[in-house]
Each structure stands twice: as C-alpha cells, then as structure tokens.
Ligand binder design. Structure first.
Ligand code: FAD
Length: 468
C-alpha cells in the first residue's frame, strides 16, 4: 500500500503517524531536527515540549482539557500514553517529565514496523507523487515551507508573538522563605496537594517588582512591530503594562495558599513554580513568559523572595507563531480546499496547546488513513471535545471571515466551543434546586457525560465503516 507522508514530528505529526500506522497504513514521517532546528526546540526528539511541561487539568468530569485527555486515551493516543507513563506531581494538572515523554514517543514510533522516519527538512510543497500528505510543521514551520504554503493558499499565513517562561534549579530556591503547597491543597494525578513552590511578596515587594518589570530592558522585534500578542500567553511585562494589579489577579494571585513561615501574614502576591522534570530538580515559573533581556531576567527575578540565589536552567524568550486562516482554507476533514491531497494538523491549523495540537493530529491521521483505505469517516460529533475543536478550526469563525484574516484566532479547547445542552440540569441528585457554582458544575458534568457517550457512538460507527 502507498504510504501517507507526514511532515513534522512534533505533537501533531507524531500522533498522526501513530494513528495511521494503527490502521495498518504505512507512514513516512519527515522531521527536520537535528539537521535544522527552530528557535524554540532544543533536542532531536520527536514530540518535544518547547516550553511548559504541563498538559493542564486532568479532570475529565468538569474541565474541557481533561475531557480531551480522556477522549484521546479512548482513541488510543500515543501522546497520552506517553504522558501518563511519564507524569510528575502537579496538583490537579497532568504534567510530565519532558525528556521521558519525548523519548517514549520517539521510541514507539521508531519501533513501529509501518513507520519510516526521515530526518529531513521539506523546503517546498510536497511532490505530486507523494499523494496524501499531512503537514504538521507547527508554529515554527521552517521559512521555506511556510513561504511555499503561503503562496499555495494565496493568503498571508498569520503570525503573532508567543512567549516562554524561565526554568530554575530547585536547589537554588530558598525554602526557608518559599514553601511547597498546591492551591487549596488540591491533590491531582501523581500529586499530594503540595506540588508547587510558592514565593510570597509583600505589597512593597510587589510594587517594586512591577516597577522593575516596567523599567526593565526588553528584547525588541522591530520587524514584527505590528504583530499582536496571543492573549492566552502574554509576557508578564505586557500584563504589567495593562495595569499594576493585572499580575496579582493573574499568575501572581495569592489565593488558596498559606505561608507556613508566617501563617498570620497573608501574602500580597505569590509567584508559583511547578516541577519540570521527574527528578524534581527543575522548576518552571508558572505564567512567567517574558521578553525581558536575559541579564534583566536574572536581576529582576532574583528580587522575588526565595529566589534571591536562583540559578536558571533556561531563561524566557519570545517567538513568532504561524497559523492558517483555517475556516476559510480547510474543509471539514482538515484538507486544503485548493489542494485536497494536502491535510493540515496541529498548531498550524489554529488550535492552541500541546494537547489540542496532538488531538488535531489524531483526527488528521484517522481521516487520512480512512481515505487511503477507501472508507468513509465522519467528523467526530461537535458535542465531543475533538468535534468542538475541529468545528472551531474548520467552521467556528466562518461568519467573521469577511471581517479580515485576524478574526480567526488560535484557541485552547474550552466549553464555549461545545454545542449547548438541549436542557441544562436545574436540580441535583437529591432533587434540590441548583444555584450558582453548583449549577455551573452540574452543567459541565452533563456536557462531559454527553461527550463521552457521543464519542463511544462515533467510535462504533468508525469500527463499522472499517468492517465494511
Ligand atoms: C515558543 C512557544 C512556546 C509554547 N509553549 C507552550 C506551552 O507552554 N504549552 C502548550 O500547551 N503549548 C505551547 N506552545 C504551543 C503549541 O502547543 C506547541 O508549539 C506545540 O508543540 C504545537 O504542536 P505541533 O505538532 O503543531 O508543532 P511542533 O510540536 O512544533 O512540531 C512541528 C515539528 O515540525 C518540524 N518542522 C518544521 N518545519 C519543518 C519542515 N519544513 N520539514 C520538516 N520538519 C519541519 C519541527 O522541527 C517540529 O518538530 C508553545 C509554542 C511556542 C512557539
């Protein structure tokens, strides 16, 4: 059987290749690293995590990303299998040892007899004889290929800034000042309710920190001056520019935490650090994406109580992010309308996040494999997390396309993308009338239960199509 070609061995390409091979269709997977790297990747592993090590909440009953995890597990995801096998403590979140995770994905794909991996940069549109191709080259698609895609789509690929947060050595953090605790002592998968390191700031320290951020020397990107930031990943100094209290209501919020060194003093703000590797030797600064110059980062972050002697394993930085105007350019199964032999997957389609990128890779892989096998595979129902994400990418913004290319923005999966319930629950299990947060929670539970039911139906349909 002719192979399906997958370009890009990141989160999406790795998952797509796995899903295709699982349907007994051969795959040729092209990854340019280590021949050529990107501004953010550091290794030659497949499915490298370029910044945070978190897959976010693993709560599949009341959280949309937790639901996406669960759906992916049920769909045989390699990315979720590797994440589950390499998790590190992180409160209610699923966080992973990044090296262990990528090594597991790389090993599984390398060992698969139907997958051939080529370390090669694809610099132009794939040749016609390749036939079915999945392009999963991510937000940092190499310039030559990005230019070829831009020309083929007769559109500008869109770009915005994305930022990464610093990582510190755990033994350089002063635990005589900082302390371990998860917000509200919440214990999650692999966690014990004391997974984060917290650094407390008094009001005076917070004010001085904001002044330092505002005055600090930043990296400037003159050539991209008009490029906007993605709101879900704003650098801290940009948040500080939006208002002196913004950080205190964002990544530095002091809620759900008690300082055991001074239980009577409520911190005015708190910086949280999350375990970054299985050994527990590295911690990343949660939500501290920054474009401060490297020297300024060490100087200013060492003014945070507990971090006065901090040693940095990696400093923060800014990168460009490229994505297609997918609602206009892609069809319902992620094919380029103008050239349907080309399918797109991952962040380049306008989803946002590791898990979402892998989920779109999963769907692209299944669509491509079904097509190669001459089967009909419908899109997952819009009531599922996969279907909601796909609908956002391929149709969610259709009515605003005319407003201009920027009307379509990358999006994390969230309940706002799901089809509303026909009837939201109004009463609890004991017949009591639900109000406020209890009502919201019941609605989320109903949405996730419906999603998992509908996913099971879709998977049955998929099995039937395969059997015909
Ligand atoms: C700087 C930065 C920080 C981010 N931080 C986070 C975060 O903390 N959490 C989060 O959930 N998401 C984050 N994201 C967003 C996103 O989830 C990740 O970028 C994710 O890895 C996207 O998955 P992907 O498979 O689409 O792309 P990638 O994982 O980037 O994979 C694309 C692959 O294609 C390869 N490639 C590129 N061009 C070519 C070519 N021409 N030929 C062959 N191979 C090629 C690349 O080397 C890469 O391995 C971040 C993105 C960026 C840019």
């Amino acid at each position: 059987m002719r192979p399906i070609h997958v370009i890009g061995g990141g989160l999406a390409g790795a998952e797509a290749a796995w899903q295709i091979a699982h349907r007994n269709v051969p795959v040729r997977l092209f990854e340019m690293r280590p021949v050529r790297s990107t501004a953010a990747h550091k290794t030659d592993s497949l499915a490298e995590l370029v910044c945070s090590n978190s897959f976010r909440s693993d709560d599949c009953a009341t959280n949309a990303i937790g639901l996406l995890h669960e759906e992916m597990r049920r769909l045989g995801s390699l990315v979720m299998r590797a994440a589950d096998a390499n998790q590190v403590p992180a409160g209610g979140a699923l966080a992973v040892d990044r090296d262990g995770f990528s090594a597991a994905v790389t090993a599984a794909l390398t060992a698969h007899p139907l997958i051939e991996i080529a370390r090669e940069e694809i610099t132009g549109l794939p040749p016609a004889e390749w036939d079915s191709v999945i392009v999963a080259t991510g937000p940092l698609t190499s310039p030559a290929l990005a230019e070829a895609i831009r020309t083929a789509t007769a559109e500008d690929a869109l770009a915005f800034f994305d930022a990464i947060a610093p990582i510190l050595h755990r033994d350089s953090i002063d635990l005589g000042v900082a302390w371990f605790q998860s917000r509200y002592d919440k214990a999650g998968p692999g966690g014990d309710g004391a997974d984060y390191i917290n650094c407390p700031l008094t009001r005076a320290q917070y004010e001085a920190f904001i002044d330092a951020l505002l005055a600090g020397d930043k990296v400037s990107f003159h050539e991209w001056e008009a490029t906007p930031y993605f709101d879900g990943c704003l650098p801290i100094e940009v948040m500080a520019e939006r208002g002196r209290e913004t950080l205190r209501h964002g990544p530095m919020k002091p809620v759900g935490l008690t300082n055991p060194h001074a239980p009577q003093d409520k911190p005015y703000a708190v910086v949280q650090l999350r375990q970054d590797n299985r050994l527990g030797t590295l911690f990343n600064m949660v939500g501290f994406q920054t474009k401060l110059k490297h020297g300024e980062q060490t100087r200013i972050f060492r003014t945070i109580p507990g971090l006065q002697n901090a040693e940095f394993a990696r400093l923060g930085g800014l990168h460009r992010n490229t994505f297609l105007n997918s609602p206009k350019l892609l069809d319902a199964t992620l094919r380029l309308r103008a050239a349907p032999r080309l399918r797109f997957a991952g962040q380049i389609t306008g989803c946002e996040g590791y898990v979402e990128s892998a989920a779109v890779g999963l769907m692209a892989g299944r669509f491509a494999a079904a097509e190669r096998l001459g089967e009909l595979l419908s899109a997952p129902p819009a009531t599922t997390a996969h279907g909601a994400l796909l609908a956002h990418i391929t149709g969610g913004h259709i009515e605003t396309i005319d407003a201009g290319p920027r009307s379509f923005q990358p999006m994390n999966v969230n309940f706002g993308l799901f089809q509303p319930l026909a009837q939201a629950p109004t009463r609890g299990p004991d017949g009591e009338r639900l109000r406020g947060p209890a009502k919201t929670l019941a609605k989320k539970r109903a949405l996730t239960a419906r999603a998992l039911d509908d996913l099971a139906g879709w998977m049955d349909g998929d099995r039937l199509a395969a059997a015909e």
